[in-house]
Design a protein around this ligand. Sequence first.
Ligand code: GTP
Ligand code: MG
Ligand code: ZN
Length: 302
Amino acid sequence: MKGTVVKGIGGFYFVHDGENVVMGKARGNLKRNKKLIYVGDIVDFDIDQSDMDGDCVIHRVIERKNFLNRPPVSNLDTLVVVFSLKQPDVNYPVIDKLIAGALMAGIEPVICISKTDLAGDEELQKAHSAYKDIYPTVLVNGITGEGTAELLELIKGRRVALAGPSGVGKSTITNHILKASESDELKAFEKAIEAETGEISGKTGRGRHTTRHVEIFPLGGGTMLYDTPGFTSLDMPEYDIYRVRDLFPEFRDLQAECKYADCLHINEPYCAVKDALKEGKIAKSRYDSYLIMTEEVKKWQK
Ligand SMILES: Nc1nc2c(ncn2[C@@H]2O[C@H](COP(=O)(O)OP(=O)(O)OP(=O)(O)O)[C@@H](O)[C@H]2O)c(=O)[nH]1
Ligand SMILES: [Mg+2]
Ligand SMILES: [Zn+2]
């Protein structure tokens, strides 16, 4: 049988086959390599006939479309990069690294600025304008739920993860989206996972605690929503500096106007990117993230 791994806790996995949820383990040969199964993986599994509880054994991970290590998820169409301006304060390099990671993996970013009740209009506008011309960008208030309907429209029919720093409101947004998508499929899923894990389902408990494990919710109509644990920092992978540059779409459009065809937009004269920065056409936060990311990848060249 085939199913999607919707959750994994301490060597146990929960597999959703479209109807039921079964708990199971990886077969011995898969287990030896600890990181081999990701939440989001589509797997081949069988019900273990010798097991009284009807648990399953996962035989094989079907080839992944893509994956991320942080958060550890696979088979995404979209990564919703969530950040707040306050509580916690925004850390743009972390946000821009997360976006870059999605691009590298071939996943489309959507930007979600959360906790709009805690920031001033001017600050929000500034953050919004840094991204709105590059990626779909939404503003969300987790207290009122404002903006979550717009977000839901953007993610319909897709496999989508909410990712971002700890405490920015990912689980709170997940809750709003779960409430707004009362499909039969979701209801059946919540019942099934509750039966298998003995947990109190979403509505009451989620959002108030730090998320420890990736969890997937099938919303119906092919939409799969992944809630993921937050983090505080991200390391740059072993990228070439030119590769880092190419992860900023707003630079790419100006490249042809730089004097040097291979301009890195750092120390070169007659640089269209630095001109655009001076004119406010490129967000300073984005350019600063770029400089930090290029500095970080230099360690790989030594
Ligand atoms: N003021 C305000 N508080 C919010 C908002 N959204 C969420 N919160 C609160 O912020 C705290 C963290 O929210 P969570 O949804 O757990 O954040 P998270 O991103 O899932 O956090 P991790 O699971 O640790 O990564 C909770 O106490 C929420 O009630 C919002 O829009 N405004
Ligand atoms: Mg959470
Ligand atoms: Zn340049």
